[in-house]
Design a protein around this ligand. Sequence first.
Ligand code: ADP
Ligand code: MG
Length: 336
Amino acid sequence: MGEFDLIARYFKRPSREAEPGVALGIGDDCALLQPRPGMQLAISSDMLVEGRHFFPDVDPAHLGHKALAVNLSDLAACGAKPLAFTLALALPRVDEPWLAAFSHGLFALADAHGCALIGGDTTQGPLNICITVFGEVPVVSGKSQALLRSGARAGDDLYVSGTLGDARLALDALRGSISLPANVLTQARQRLEQPTPRVALGIALRGIATAAIDVSDGLLGDLRHVLKASHCGASIDTSVAIQLIASHACGKRASGQFDAEFSLQNRLNWVLAGGDDYELLFTAPASAQAAVIQAAHSSATSVTRIGRMDEETGLRLVDANGQPVSGQFASFDHFA
Ligand code: ADP
Ligand code: MG
């Protein structure tokens, strides 16, 4: 099968009802996007490399899901509504069952978000998937409604959506450095391989959150980007944060004691520095607390207040009594 047959069979779909925002899709030299009046385009790219971001034997349907999910997560962090995406794909060979499963996983998530595949590139080479997403965000009275990293202020509450640490727990288990009961691994592995981009929450937080970022490299590392852009510091209550790992009960015996590998330090490490969570980390003034709860409710997404932004720069970990907690937590950096 040649390049053009491959695109036609797996990526170009029979013409669908008019996709909002898309004037021209796959087939010409360019696709054409038509943002609605009063809207800005939000654009982001993410690349997934075999061996670096996923195991060679990962389920291709999960890979299709994840490749788009990590991109939609960036739109979510900006409060943008997905419109369309492009797909640049390097494949070692034409493997039709693999392509069928990959495109199935990809389009299931794309359709759930009304996000159309409008173009891309296909080449032979080591497996590599690069997606660019396009979304829209309103401009109101000349001001963009996009959520940025730079808007947090001292005194704001610090929130995170969903759960944290389970993707890293699954990664450690798949690498064989810890062992998990089968049911716990299944659940944690789903968080690693099929993350849920918090698109509805991001949109609901427009005009409420002062700053936002998605957690891809680990909570602490990503929070540092917000602190730097917003010129303030933060304190995190670790007694609240540690409960965010969904599988946190997995190392607990009947006695209530945790197995050694589920020590407080390890659990905190998965939550604070695990990565691959694709949750939203955001700030909002204390006066907006009811609005945050309403946004969480309307988007059917759980949200937890984990700390506060401070005048004093730097990041502090504290316990329930506000006393400092020590520990070394490194977030993910490809070139570190
Ligand atoms: P060109 O050579 O002009 O860049 P191509 O021959 O690479 O165009 O691609 C033909 C058409 O198929 C273009 O519209 C392109 O956007 C689209 N396309 C190529 N690869 C993909 C892909 N993996 N997914 C979706 N569309 C693709
Ligand atoms: Mg091309």
